[in-house]
Design a protein around this ligand. Structure first.
Ligand code: PDD
Length: 286
């Protein structure tokens, strides 16, 4: 089946989905994006994702290419045209096409593309709960506005690649003071030995993850105690459990960090409970 993309006003087969070489997204990574899970044909946490997208555009002074209602329609239409049951929808908005020059162009029309890929959440959540993943710590060399979901992802890519070359699934980013910020494309959590869930607060320099927010709600509904604060690499290595959250990875236990076991080196009870509860949250049509 040929995949269909949305590109600036039209639905086109993937092999005809092109953008202009003077698009500022291509030239400068002058754009923002969102990635949203699709579960049983429905977009998970659509409204919080749109809220974050609007905030990212506002922070970078990119004009929204349309209102929210037509955008919702296009996202659902891309899911429908690709016959996606479980998947991941990607949307990107850039400042548009202009002759290459650093300042904002006087006139440009924001460009928007949407693609979707199939995912098997049942299999990946089962694998996560049974096996977990390994992670590798890497220096956080990103800019000072990681709260904006910008397409400028070079430091994230370099960190992820370094982690993969170290045999790990994810990079755990660590700032100059030794504190964990987040993963290269995920938020990071730990469970202390006395059973508290800890994740960094979003007023720090991290992306406010939508899955982070939903897992927090799910954990609260399970009466788990949660602390939002910084934690160091040293502290997390001594934690009872560790896990990551993101739209594509849901909640996934980290069982090994820099070659050292976290807890007993297997997915812990808190993470497993959260995976199950988050799955139920997704299935409830969030
Ligand atoms: N990544 N932190 C970073 C740096 C991210 O890029 C992401 C998302 C997250 C988790 O956010 P959310 O729960 O809203 O997906 C945290 C997406 C999946 C990506 O880049 O593909």
């Amino acid at each position: 089946m040929s995949r269909v993309a949305y590109v600036n006003g039209t639905y086109v087969p993937m092999n005809e989905a092109y953008v202009h070489i003077d698009d500022r997204g291509y030239q400068f990574a002058d754009g923002v994006y969102e990635g949203i899970s699709v579960r049983r044909g429905k977009l998970v946490d659509l409204e919080p994702h749109l809220d974050r997208l609007w905030r990212s555009m506002q922070e970078l002074r990119i004009a929204p290419p349309m209102e929210r209602a037509p955008m919702r329609f296009i996202l659902r239409e891309v899911v429908r045209r690709n016959r996606i049951n479980d998947g991941f929808i990607y949307m990107q908005i850039t400042r548009g096409v202009a002759r290459r020059d650093h300042p904002f162009p006087a006139h440009s029309v924001p460009a928007m593309v949407v693609t979707v890929k199939r995912m098997d959440f049942d299999a990946s959540m089962k694998r996560a709960a049974e096996q977990g993943v390994a992670a590798s710590s890497q220096p956080d060399i990103r800019w000072g506005r990681c709260d904006v979901k910008s397409t400028s992802l070079l430091p994230n890519i370099l960190a992820k690649q370094a982690a993969r070359e170290a045999g790990a699934f994810e990079a755990v980013l660590v700032d100059k003071d030794g504190y964990v910020t987040e993963g290269s494309s995920t938020n990071i959590w730990m469970v202390t030995k006395d059973g508290k869930l800890v994740t960094r607060s979003t007023d720090d320099n991290i992306l406010p993850g939508i899955t982070r927010q939903s897992v927090k709600k799910v954990a609260e509904s399970l009466q788990m105690s949660i602390e939002e604060r910084k934690f160091s690499l040293e502290e997390v290595k001594d934690a009872a459990e560790m896990f990551l959250t993101s739209s594509t990875s849901c909640a996934t236990p980290i069982v090994v960090l820099d070659g050292e076991k976290i807890g007993d080196g297997t997915p812990g009870p808190v993470a497993k409970r959260l995976i199950e509860a988050y799955q139920a949250y997704m299935d409830a049509g969030a």
